[in-house]
Structure formats: C-alpha cells, structure tokens
Design a protein around this ligand. Structure first.
Ligand SMILES: [Zn+2]
Ligand SMILES: [Zn+2]
Length: 136
C-alpha cells in the first residue's frame, strides 16, 4: 500500500500528488538555495519521476547553469504566483525534487540530512540525530 501526499503553489493553479516515500528529504544550506528561496535553507524532497503527478497550465521553468560543474538545474515554478514547485537536475535524471514547504502537510516527511552546511547561518543548530554534511 502506498500513501499519497498532495501540494501545490500559493495561488492553487498548480497542484501535484506524490506516491510513496521520498528517496531522501534534505535541508540544503547552499548559497544558491538561499538566494532562489530568499530563505536560510531549502527543504528539498527527492522522488522518482513516476512517483510525481503534476497538473496545471501555469507551470514554467528557469534553467540555471552551475558555475562549478556547468550542469543545468531547472526550477519549475508557477508563472502566476511565482512559487517554485519542482526542481530537476541534469546530474540526477529521472529525479523530481519537490520543495518541502509546498506540501499541504509540510511536516509529513522525515528529514534525512542537512547538506552544504559550510554555508549555513551560524545561528542554525543541528539536531544530534540527523546527518550533517559540509558539502553535498
Ligand atoms: Zn500559482
Ligand atoms: Zn542547495
């Protein structure tokens, strides 16, 4: 039996449903995620593409090229309200990354680890039972 969880953008034009558990749920403290979200870190929840169903006509995408690896990363967002609802990466084909805060129940998944903590804010305290990585 696989459970499903739903979510979507702020205006509701884009909705999605995921089936089953994520491969990994991470808090990413990299400076790219800080900038693209305008926040201290990003909740990045990774699924296989066949676990994710997305509906809505306002979805659009922005392609960013990493200055380190020169590989692309695409941010899929709602052109009406600007909410990022999915990330895809050249590095991880077949993987769909859902921003954790867009789930209707944003607390349903278990956080697996914190990554890129070398650029984390110094006021962030990491719980002792969660894996912490300086880089990815
Ligand atoms: Zn929207
Ligand atoms: Zn990041």
């Amino acid at each position: 039996m696989s459970s499903t969880h739903e979510g979507g953008c702020v205006c509701g034009a884009i909705r999605y449903r995921v089936s089953g558990q994520p491969a990994i749920a991470q808090a990413c403290h990299c400076t790219f995620c800080q900038r693209r979200t305008g926040s201290a870190f990003a909740l990045v929840v990774a699924f296989k593409e066949d676990q994710v169903e997305m509906t809505g006509t306002t979805i659009t995408q922005y392609e960013h090229r990493s200055d380190e690896s020169s590989r692309w990363l695409r941010s899929h967002f709602c052109s009406q309200c600007g909410t990022s609802v999915m990330i895809t990466l050249e590095k991880n084909p077949g993987v769909r990354v859902i921003p954790g805060g867009t789930f209707d129940d944003p607390g349903w998944f278990k956080l697996g680890r914190h990554i890129w903590t070398r650029s984390a804010h110094d006021w962030i305290a990491f719980p002792p039972d969660v894996e912490v990585r300086e880089k990815a």
